[in-house]
Design a protein around this ligand. Structure first.
Ligand code: SAH
Ligand code: SF4
Ligand code: F3S
Length: 442
């Protein structure tokens, strides 16, 4: 028997990259690779990259720089760059870092085994196509290994929205939905392997419109209702959504589908209609607030999360205050906020930029408000009972950690042995810390 070769994968960016990294590692398992958590003893290093903000891309180049020594010591070491930087920069990556053997875009990674065979003796391989075939269907050699209780499942790829700041439509390509039956098959397979919670993924997941077993186009709501019928699956989540694609049925599902969790990530980016228009978001602050009002009517305890960009070109202090007002109106349970980062090839990169110190100042003020809201909602959980899906042992002896319906991390002490990963239990919350809750079994 030949020794298994070792694969080190490092993932940047969104959950879709996390899912893709798992699939790439499965594809390479068919080539005799097993995963290692250190680059030092690896035979292949694969970086699955993100291009969303400037720092993300620069991080990849500095990470590659760190492997120079390893490659010099071990010329057979394969170095691959996958994901959105690979798509955006292509052959430029090999020019900047000649030790890179393979560059593979996010829609071609099922071709990795074939690309790998093209490399060696100085030969390099590059694939940044947007092929017609479904990459997920081409990944054979799926090990039937047991999985952690919570898993991602990509149902839709790409984006047709072209927000003026965003690279995703260019790096991931056009919006494509996977057929319903393949998703249901994958969900059942995950449940057989121990999964209890599935998060459906897509850049615009609520625009999902995959072909159903009846030949008709199914909406995300219909897909969720079908998944609700999968025995052994306890929880369903989905991310990321666009406000304009929250249709009536999906809103209603939040009140009707028991397995659908009361937590929704619904990015708005900004609160000023002038800025929203320049961002090409195709919605207003009011239409966003209206969607939230309807969601809360369907599911009153819904926790909301959002994404925000400050310092978009031409954003004034008044525009920024409109973002602060919107945040005050919504009261978010969690949020992600960023300084605008001009991305090559996107329309907004060409416009008059807001000075860096102004961006920094706005980001600090926004984050202070968001943190305050997040803290208030989290503190309000004390004394309440929540459902917790336990995922793993905690840092303290006997402690277990899981997630509440609202996606809070919850720690319970002294229950190891009583509770195993994958158990769903009622927990009474006793304490609220900076990033997590503590409780006891109810
Ligand atoms: N498809 C998702 C988000 C994809 S990117 C959606 O439409 O909501 C994740 C987040 O990164 C975005 O919501 C946005 O807040 C942020 N982002 C995207 N491009 C950016 C840029 N150029 N500068 C700063 N933040 C950006
Ligand atoms: Fe980017 Fe906008 Fe598409 Fe989201 S909807 S991925 S922000 S272009
Ligand atoms: Fe980044 Fe690509 Fe995801 S740019 S956020 S890894 S889609």
């Amino acid at each position: 028997m030949t020794q298994p070769k070792k694969l080190f994968v490092k993932t940047y960016g969104c959950q879709m990259n996390v899912y893709d990294s798992e699939r790439m590692s499965e594809a390479l398992a068919g080539e005799g690779y097993v995963e290692t958590d250190s680059p030092d003893d690896a035979d292949m290093i694969l970086l699955n990259t993100c291009h969303i903000r400037e720092k993300a891309a620069e991080k990849v180049y500095s990470e590659l720089g760190r492997y120079k020594g390893l490659k010099a010591e071990k010329p057979d070491l394969k170095i691959g760059v996958a994901g959105c930087v690979a798509q955006a920069e292509g052959a430029e990556i090999m020019r900047r870092q000649p030790m890179v053997d393979m560059v593979v875009g996010p829609q071609s990674y099922h071709r990795l085994p074939a690309l790998l065979k093209q490399t060696g003796e100085g030969a390099k391989a590059l694939d940044t196509d947007f092929p017609e075939e479904d990459k997920f269907e081409h990944l054979k050699a799926r090990p039937k290994a047991r999985r952690a209780p919570a898993a991602f499942l990509t149902v839709q790829e790409g984006c047709d929205k072209f927000c003026a700041f965003c690279v995703v439509p260019y790096t991931r390509g056009a919006e494509v939905s996977r057929p319903v039956e393949r998703i249901l098959r994958e969900a059942r397979d995950l449940v057989e392997r121990g999964v209890r919670e599935i998060t459906l993924l897509g850049q615009n997941v609520n625009a999902y419109h995959g072909v159903g077993p009846d030949g008709a186009d199914w909406s995300l709501a219909r897909l969720i209702r079908a998944l609700d019928g999968v025995d052994g699956l306890e929880r369903i989540r989905f991310t990321t959504s666009h406000p304009n694609d929250m249709d009536d049925d999906l809103i209603a599902a939040h009140g009707e589908v028991a397995k659908l969790m009361p937590y929704l990530h619904l990015p708005v980016q900004a609160g000023s209609d002038k800025i929203l228009k320049r961002m090409n978001r195709q919605h207003t602050a009011e239409s966003y607030l209206k969607v939230i009002e309807r969601l809360r009517a369907a599911r009153p305890d819904l926790h909301l999360s959002g994404d925000f960009i400050v310092g978009f070109p031409e954003e004034t202090e008044e525009d920024f205050q409109a973002t602060m007002d919107l945040v005050r109106a919504v009261e978010y349970g969690s949020a992600f906020s960023f300084k605008y980062s001009p991305r090559p090839g996107t329309p907004a990169a060409e416009r008059a930029q807001v000075p860096e110190d102004e961006k920094t100042d706005r980001l600090q003020r926004l984050q202070a408000l968001l943190t305050e809201q997040q803290r208030a909602l989290q503190d309000a959980m004390v004394g309440r009972e929540v459902g917790v899906l336990f995922e793993k042992a905690g840092r303290l002896p006997g402690q277990m950690v899981g997630k509440s319906e609202y996606l809070h991390a919850v720690h319970v002490a002294g229950i190891e042995g009583q509770v195993v990963p994958g158990d769903l239990r009622r927990v009474r919350i006793t304490e609220s810390g900076p990033n997590s809750l503590t409780g006891e079994l109810a």
